[in-house]
Ligand binder design. Structure first.
Ligand code: HEC
Length: 222
């Protein structure tokens, strides 16, 4: 009874092996696929004058291939700092499963650059550090808070993060709205969590989950 399972496992293993080394397939290259992913998801921080070492060019990226593979497979990069699926955010820059596979296959294939330099998209341009603008009516939250008047919430910005902080809004009718569950958020990756859709919260809503010294700014929609 066991043999078919083993055979199937072997066949699968062989297919995976063949796939990874399938020379008839057009190779994934830096010029065509990988540069586009990096320009889109990495270089806002990883560039000259960014917050971390540059990953703008092939010579920047190639020597770091192994570290890059580990960082994207473990989803350490791009950094986010919150548990997925709790709250829904429009500025979540997570790689898709397909992008992760392209990067890891490319690295497995010894990081081909590609011969056609015209495939390389133009390097993105950055205006100097777009600091998160904090609206004057932002609400500084350090503990449980009952809203005195209604607000339309557009996002949250951690000021002092603590792992495991799980922030929810409880409406007067008892409905619970998950807002943000911080996990692995670091000051050096400082960024707001911008809701995919602003949430209207009526007066009397309780925002809870914060305990000092953690603190967060509630950003109302302008
Ligand atoms: C929001 C900013 C930001 C984005 C976006 C980002 N990184 Fe990073 N990354 C950092 C910072 C900051 C560090 C820490 C650097 C240091 O310690 O000098 C880092 C470190 C790394 C490291 C080395 C340390 C480690 O954890 O392995 C790798 C590799 C890396 N990033 C790859 C990537 C890749 C690939 C992407 C895109 C898929 C990416 N990063 C997107 C900010 C960012």
């Amino acid at each position: 009874m066991r043999r078919p399972i083993i055979a199937a496992a072997l066949a699968l293993g062989i297919c995976a092996h063949l796939r990874a080394h399938d020379v008839s397939k057009t190779p994934i290259t830096w010029n065509r696929e990988i540069s586009r992913i990096f320009y889109d998801r990495c270089v806002s921080c990883h560039r000259p004058d960014g917050t971390s070492f540059s990953l703008m060019t092939y010579p920047d990226v190639q020597p770091r291939a192994v570290a890059i593979r580990d960082a994207v497979l473990s989803r350490r990069m791009p950094p986010w700092g919150a548990v997925k699926g709790f709250g829904d955010f429009r500025n979540d820059q997570a790689l898709t499963a397909e992008q992760i596979e392209l990067i890891t296959d490319w690295i497995q294939d010894d990081t081909p650059k590609g011969n056609n330099a015209r495939m390389l998209p133009p390097a993105p341009k950055f205006s100097p550090a777009p600091a998160t603008s904090i609206p004057p009516d932002a609400i500084h939250l350090t503990d449980t808070l009952v809203l005195k008047s209604s607000i339309v919430l557009d996002g949250l910005l951690p000021r002092q993060a603590a792992d495991g902080t799980q922030i929810v809004a409880v409406r007067p009718d008892g409905t619970v709205v998950p807002l943000l569950w911080l996990y692995g958020y670091e000051e050096r990756y400082r960024h707001p969590f911008l809701l995919r859709k602003p949430v209207a919260l009526e007066a009397g809503t309780v925002i809870r989950g914060l305990r000092p010294p953690a603190s967060v700014l509630l950003l109302p929609a302008s």
